[in-house]
Design a binder for this molecule. Structure first.
Ligand code: G3P
Length: 224
């Protein structure tokens, strides 16, 4: 499993990238608004992220018609070679995904909740598919079980003839809220987990690690 950071915050991205285990970044309109981002600076901000991260950086189109999404997608893709255009799972999004994929532009289909949505995204040429986990949990449904169904269904087929350059589709476990979500996603074979900074930090922490380290340091004092 690869780790992506789910944020638009440059400090968080720089910090997580410095840990040596970051493979990409995903942003969305909410995350950009959260850091006080402005429309006029959006493309420049995505470029700043691309300069920090050596891996795919998802930038979302907020257009609602296929033609507008395609136009948006082309502009976003021209920012840097590692930009992935994030498009919501909807009819206009599917059509735009197909057109962009045919032009060699990689798409991450987001707001994906069901197996049929994921398979349609795959057939429309999406390079990444982002099933949301936490938002299912928010409505008292089992987000991990839903993710597992998507992983199984996508892995049942070979979609390489649909994607840019015949690349394999990767599933991004999104809307991740805990280290346990990451564990469950890894056990079922999700390719990527996109994780908020605070959750990523929790993924490297464990009380037994802290306790063990404390004991090691204490014992090391004895050999001084
Ligand atoms: O980037 C999409 C997804 O990860 C959003 O997560 O926590 O807003 O449901 P969340």
């Amino acid at each position: 499993m690869k780790f992506f950071l789910d944020t638009a915050d440059l400090k968080e991205i720089e910090e997580a990238a410095s840990w040596g285990a970051l493979a990409g970044v995903t942003t969305n309109p909410t995350l950009y608004a959260r850091i006080g981002g402005k429309l006029a600076d959006f493309h420049a901000h995505i470029k700043r992220i691309c300069d920090i991260v050596d891996g795919p950086v998802s930038a979302e189109s907020v257009a609602m018609t296929r033609d507008e999404i395609i136009r948006d997608g082309r502009e976003l893709a021209s920012i840097a070679p590692n930009v992935v255009v994030k498009i919501p799972a909807m009819v206009e999004g599917l059509a735009a995904c197909r057109a962009l994929a045919d032009e060699g532009i990689r798409v991450n289909m987001t707001l994906c909740f069901t197996v049929p949505q994921a398979i349609l995204a795959a057939r429309a040429g999406a390079r990444y598919i982002s099933p949301f986990v936490g938002r299912f949990d928010d409505i008292s449904e089992d987000g991990i079980a839903q993710l597992s169904d998507v992983v199984t269904a996508i892995n049942n087929y070979d979609f390489s003839e649909s994607t840019v350059a015949g690349e394999q589709i990767e599933i991004i476990a999104a809307s991740i809220r805990s280290a346990n979500h990451v564990t469950q996603a890894a056990l079922m074979g999700a390719d990527i987990a996109t994780v908020p900074f605070a959750t990523l930090k929790k993924c490297i922490q464990h009380p037994l690690t802290d306790r063990g380290l404390e004991a090691f340091l204490k014992d090391w004092e004895k050999v001084q």
